[in-house]
Every structure is written in C-alpha cells, then in structure tokens.
Design a protein around this ligand. Sequence first.
Ligand code: ZN
Length: 207
Amino acid sequence: MISPFKGNFRVTSPRGYRTIGNISEYHGGIDMVGLDDTTVLAVAEGTVYTLYEKDGFGYYVRQQLSDGRRIYYGHMKSFLITGGSSVTPGTPLGIMGATGKVTGPHLHLELRPAGYSSDSLDISGYTGIPNVEGVYVSETEIGGAVNKNLYSYDDTVEALIKCGIITLENMVNWELMLSGRAELKTEFVRTVFDRCCAKITQLESKK
Ligand SMILES: [Zn+2]
C-alpha cells in the first residue's frame, strides 16, 4: 500500500456516490485524515503543481505522472514544494488542511486520466488503500499485513476528536452529514454515532 500519510490514517469518505441532504453527487476520490502525522506525501513519481480553487479543492497539488494521468491532493493548509518540481514517492508535498469546500480537515486524493477530463479513476486500486471507512495502520507498522479491523470504538472517537472532525458537541451535525449515506457507512461508524449521542445526552443531563 502506498500511503500519503506516515503512520495511521482514517478514510473518512470513500469514492463513489454519496448523498448529503437532498443532493446526490459522485465523489471522485477518497477522503483521508492523517492521525499520526498531517504531512501529505507524494504517492508517485512525477511533476507537481500548486493550485488554488476557492469552492473546490482549496489549496491543492496536481501531480502529472509520466503516462499523462494526474493525481490530485486537495484541501491543503500549506505547500512544502514549489510548482514545477519533480518528486518521488514519499516527498512531502504539504500539510493537510481544510481549504476549499470541506466540512473538516482532510486530504482528498484523486486519480484522473490523461488529458483534461474531470472523470476519476480508481485511486484505491492505484494506492492499495481500501475504499471504505475506518482507521488503518500502515503496512510498515504491522509487518506487511493490512488489517482492516485494527480500530476500536475508543480509538476512533479519540482520533475523530483529535483530528478535528468532531467534538462531542457537534456529533449531531456529523450525524446529519452522514444521513442518507447508508450504503457507505459501516455498522461500526453507526455504533460510534449511537454511543457518542448517548454520551452527549449523559453530559447534558448532568448540567
Ligand atoms: Zn473528497
């Protein structure tokens, strides 16, 4: 697996159709949050360009691969490279952020075909990162075996709060954001919601 983060990360939104409120849209990449390190690393060799898109990817890096395909790294807080430079896998590109159209800090990682099309290709197939929600541990840390089940309820809640995706107070908003995305969310995420909601109720009853 080629990861844009060192250490643990969480896939917060897979590639595919998603419905937020009444709007259904195709999500062309995977959204990821670096839990141990928020430095975004190149996942391939190629030339990188720094760009800005207010209502889209925010500050983002577009990487041109030798075969013409392009990789997009969206919503960065800042850049660590200058446009036009050549990088190799692992080169730090920038810091994960929340610029552009986002609900919280994360990296949007997307693969597109050669040319100018905005169609997306299978970034999960390219990187080996599972296209589902959950916390993953990098291959190096677990001796080469990718285990999808290395997360626990406590770890995930702690991680979500630590990376600023949720606070106990805004669990309700998170719940709203994911409503209608039944096909995307796991039983596990559902359990997290339920337990956090129970905790909020518990905290509020103490006031
Ligand atoms: Zn995204």
